[in-house]
Design a protein around this ligand. Structure first.
Ligand SMILES: NC(=O)c1ccc[n+]([C@@H]2O[C@H](COP(=O)([O-])OP(=O)(O)OC[C@H]3O[C@@H](n4cnc5c(N)ncnc54)[C@H](O)[C@@H]3O)[C@@H](O)[C@H]2O)c1
Length: 292
């Protein structure tokens, strides 16, 4: 059958609403081939698989939503089954391609299960975004117990490296793989009473640089998102930075706190082919620059 001739502009106009909802386009008057070409242009992460830790709410959930809207199959995870189920249901309601599993990133067995779940989709993984992070302590750095040090360093610093080592064989065979770590502005501007957390987030900047060098020959890029104060349970909780630091954003910045969605686009970009020559970067999303 002869293909209907439609100008590129008209084609774009007809297909845009479906693409923006992240759904597959229904067959219409345009040929399936043309629709899928346009859809791929609008969905730069199509056919990719993303694993995201700590993604049932806050910054992680916003990143999961954006990567899925941009075409990736996203594997949601965090510590509690009911939270995983809720997040997966919310995204599926939008027509997005997601699965989920419980993963406490500090537990080797949970990490292994997360890897296995991710492989179920298409046998490989393209993106790892390590969002899970904790801060159980407000107090003196030198007064922190060994248990506190272990918990913060295990979850915030060791787990991204250990999870990546488990995923590596499944990422290196894909080509164009990308890893995004999540640090914090406290890495640049240490907050009093958050010494152990500050240290863990500064360590992530170093981990990003080291992994970027180590994985560059394999074609895997590693970058780091560095959020300022973002409106989440963690960001606004009693152990959060705004209660402990003068509001630098009010003095130097855009005069507002960040939303989780403010962190989503940059991560999607870092995973996309548009960022294929970017690695080893720590990118601040804080409404001001702590490096001014
Ligand atoms: N909100 C901010 O102001 C801010 C600023 C800088 C950096 N960050 C970092 O961003 C990340 C996300 O924070 P958020 O503000 O979205 O917090 P949030 O509390 O809204 O979400 C945190 C998510 O991580 C999960 N999580 C916590 N511990 C986990 C563990 N051991 N294993 C697996 N999942 C775990 C939680 O279940 C939840 O889904 C953290 O690493 C945090 O340090 C947040």
């Amino acid at each position: 059958m002869e293909e209907e001739k439609v100008s590129p502009m008209a084609a774009m106009f007809r297909s845009v609403p479906q693409i923006f909802r992240g759904r597959q386009c229904a067959p219409g008057p345009l040929s399936a081939r043309m629709l899928s070409k346009i859809a791929d242009e609008k969905r730069p992460l199509a056919d990719k698989v993303a694993v995201i830790t700590g993604s049932t709410k806050g910054i992680g959930f916003a990143i999961a939503q954006r990567l899925a809207q941009n075409g990736a199959h996203v594997v949601i995870s965090s510590r509690k089954q009911q939270n995983v189920d809720r997040a997966v249901a919310m995204l599926k309601e939008e027509g997005l391609s997601v699965t989920g599993t419980v993963c406490h990133v500090g537990k080797a067995k949970d990490r292994q299960h997360l890897v296995a779940t991710a492989l179920e989709h298409s046998g490989g993984v393209d993106f790892l975004v390590c969002v899970a992070g904790v801060n159980p302590l407000v107090g003196s750095t030198l007064g922190a117990s060994e248990q506190i040090w272990d918990k913060i360093l295990d979850v915030n610093v060791k787990s991204p490296a250990l999870l990546l080592s488990q995923l590596l064989p499944h990422m290196e065979k894909r080509g164009g793989s990308s890893v995004v770590l999540v640090s914090s502005v406290v890495a640049y501007l240490p907050v009093p009473k958050l010494g152990v957390y500050n240290t863990s987030k500064a360590a992530l900047l170093g981990l990003c640089k080291s992994l970027a060098i180590e994985l560059a020959p394999k074609g895997i890029r590693v970058n780091c998102l560095v959020p300022g104060i973002i409106k989440t349970d963690f960001g606004l909780g009693e152990k959060a930075v705004p209660n402990l630091l003068p509001d630098l954003n009010k003095i130097y910045g855009l005069q507002r706190l960040g939303e989780p969605e403010d962190c989503a686009g940059i991560v999607s970009f870092l995973c996309s082919p548009d960022a294929k020559y970017i690695t080893g970067e720590n990118i601040v999303v804080a409404g001001f620059s702590p490096k001014l």
